[in-house]
Structure formats: structure tokens, C-alpha cells
Design a protein around this ligand. Structure first.
Ligand code: ZN
Ligand code: ZN
Length: 343
């Protein structure tokens, strides 16, 4: 099969012919229709990456089942349309059986290329971590289930009350996923703040009620539109200093939900959080429930995330498109279609 193969930190991916991965017990082979590019992918191709040269990454994929491994229940057959969590566990422990393979001690992931990932014509997926796509979900929508599931998981971690006022810090795909679900789950003001207003139109089209650029006094502007400070602040940036800002912005007994993966040491003042009795919670990825709910809501037309897609590229132009994302860009979600544009 053809794949965009990782060569080493700081080097562009190269399209090469490699062996099509074998499917193990409990696994299926997915013919990839689309695989989205994530900030994590860029991060994992930089210095300090755990990805080995020769590996294939890409974890936001959807496609058609092309082969079924031993032990896969009758539930799946070749030709089924599927999305899948990019984690494959043992399939037998409590975490796996409850749809949370991310916590399985034997978990392997496409994200770091431990399992050959979605920047390729085929990728192996775990049967128990996969969800069938109803006809009502297009391939493009299916490619957005993973980022939507990230947002849903974060909003579930917040246990929002209907009518809550929320502030979302950041305007990338993770932030937009939070916007979508905050709206579905009945938030009142859904305010997005980001350094520039590049993402404003998209945030509003997906359900944000207000957008505040970072040069403004966010606290004062939020009060102006919501009548008080946010019940929940979602940190969707993952850079040093942002968490401290989120703590300062949250209301008394409000909460801060961290979805941004800051990889560097960061400083916060615990007393600032303590003085408000804040809840500080962290949100990592998703479980099967998040995937199922996201598929269901898209299939029923409750949410339409398609506006997040800003570009679609084939395998030949993918390495250049991928490198271009390292610079500040207007792109939101870029989709690779390794087998040509799906219909
Ligand atoms: Zn991702
Ligand atoms: Zn397990």
C-alpha cells in the first residue's frame, strides 16, 4: 500500500510503498477514506517525538472495512463503513469492555505509529473500539467524529448545567468541538476567545454566541455579554500561562476544564483557584460513548461540523500540505484522502 511515512524529526513525510498491515485477532483492516490532520500529528513529527522513523501516524480516520481478523464478532463484515478510536487494547480487561481502551494496560495507538496509522491507504483498527456509520453520515462528516468526540468528552467532564455560561479559550478544532457540544447540551452564552479573530466566523457558524479577541479585556467583555463570569472555562490552547489565565477568568465555584495538552512545565497559583473553590478537571481524548453519541448526533442532523474542513488533499500532495501546517495558517481541519477523493 501507499503511505506517507515518517522519516525522522524535522523531516517531511515521504510517500512510499510499504507492506499492508496484517490484522490481528479482534482487529479489522480499514480502507481509509479520509484521515484528518491534528496538532498532535505535527507535534509528533518534531524533536523529542516517540515516533520511530519508518512508522505511519494519523489518528482521525474513517473508512470501509476491507478485512476482518480472527475473533471479530458477526457484527462486522467487509464493506461496512466505520469510524474507530485510534486505540487498540487487549479487548478483555475492564477498561476495554467498558469502551475505554485508552486506559488498557496493553493499549497501542495509531497516534504514535505503534499501530500503522491513517496517513495510508489502509490502517488496522480494533473491532470493539469501532462504530458503524449510518447512511446519513458522509465521509467528510465521519472524518470529523474524532475531533467532535474530543469536544464532547471535555464538555461531559464539565458536567455543565443547562443555561451555563461558558468561555472557550482557543479557536482550533478542539475548541470548536467544545463549542458544538456546549450548544447541544444547552449552554446559554458560548463565548470563544483567541489571539486573533481568524477563527471568529467559523466559531459563530458552529454555535458560539460571542467572540472576544485576546487584545481585549476578556474578563470585562465576558461580563458584558453574560452578566457574570463563566461557569466553565475550557482551556483549548495548551501553552504555558494559559491555565493561570483560565483560573483567573472562572467564576466562584466555577470550573476549568483542560483539553489543551501543554507539554512544558507551567506555573499556576493554587491560591487563586482555592480562593474561588474552583474545580480543575482534565480531559483526555474520548471513550466509545463519545464516538457513538457523535455519530448519532451527526446522523440525525443535530450537528453539522462540515464547516471545520478547510482543505482536502490526496496522498501525493500530502507531505507539502502537512509541512505548511507548521506555520500560522488559516486552515482548520485538513483531510487526507489516501485513495483519492471518496464519494
Ligand atoms: Zn487529534
Ligand atoms: Zn484491555
Amino acid at each position: 500500500m501507499k503511505a506517507a511515512v515518517f522519516q525522522g524529526a524535522g523531516q517531511p513525510l515521504v510517500v512510499q510503498s510499504i507492506d499492508t498491515p496484517a490484522v490481528g485477532a479482534g482487529e479489522m483492516l480499514l480502507k481509509v477514506k479520509y484521515c484528518g490532520v491534528c496538532g498532535t500529528d505535527l507535534h509528533y513529527t518534531e524533536e523529542g517525538t516517540p515516533v520511530a522513523p519508518g512508522a505511519v501516524i494519523g489518528h482521525e480516520f474513517c473508512g470501509e472495512v476491507a478485512d476482518v481478523g480472527p475473533g471479530v464478532a458477526d457484527h462486522w463484515k467487509v464493506g461496512d463503513r466505520a469510524v474507530s478510536m485510534p486505540f487498540v487494547g487487549c479487548g478483555a480487561c475492564a477498561s476495554c469492555l467498558s469502551g475505554k481502551p485508552i486506559w488498557c494496560r496493553a493499549m497501542r495507538t495509531h497516534a504514535t505509529g505503534q499501530i500503522s496509522g491513517g496517513f495510508a491507504e489502509y490502517t488496522p483498527i480494533g473491532a470493539t473500539g469501532s462504530v458503524k456509520l449510518p447512511d446519513g453520515v458522509s465521509w467528510e462528516e465521519a472524518a470529523l467524529i474524532e475531533p467532535l468526540a474530543v469536544g464532547l468528552h471535555g464538555v461531559r467532564r464539565a458536567r455543565l448545567d443547562a443555561g451555563a455560561n461558558v468561555l472557550i479559550v482557543g479557536a482550533g478544532p478542539v475548541a470548536l468541538g467544545v463549542v458544538v457540544w456546549a450548544k447541544v447540551l444547552g449552554a446559554r452564552r458560548i463565548v470563544v476567545t483567541a489571539r486573533s479573530d481568524r477563527g471568529a466566523a467559523m466559531a459563530v457558524s458552529l454555535g458560539a454566541t460571542d467572540f472576544i479577541t485576546g487584545d481585549k479585556d476578556v474578563r470585562r467583555e465576558f461580563r458584558k455579554v453574560a452578566g457574570g463570569l463563566p461557569d466553565a472555562v475550557f482551556e483549548c490552547v495548551g501553552a504555558p500561562g494559559v491555565l493561570e489565565q483560565c483560573i483567573a477568568l472562572a467564576s466562584i465555584r466555577g470550573q476549568v476544564v483542560v483539553l489543551g495538552g501543554c507539554m512544558r512545565p507551567d506555573v499556576v497559583t493554587p491560591a487563586a483557584a482555592m480562593n474561588k473553590e474552583l474545580n480543575l478537571v482534565f480531559s483526555l481524548a474520548y471513550d466509545l460513548y463519545d464516538f457513538e453519541v457523535a455519530v448519532d448526533r451527526v446522523a440525525r442532523g443535530v450537528i453539522d461540523p462540515s464547516a471545520m474542513i478547510t482543505d482536502r488533499v490526496d496522498l501525493a500532495s500530502f507531505p507539502d500540505a502537512f509541512e505548511a501546517l507548521r506555520q500560522r495558517t488559516h486552515q482548520c481541519k485538513v483531510l487526507l484522502s489516501p485513495g483519492g477523493r471518496p464519494r
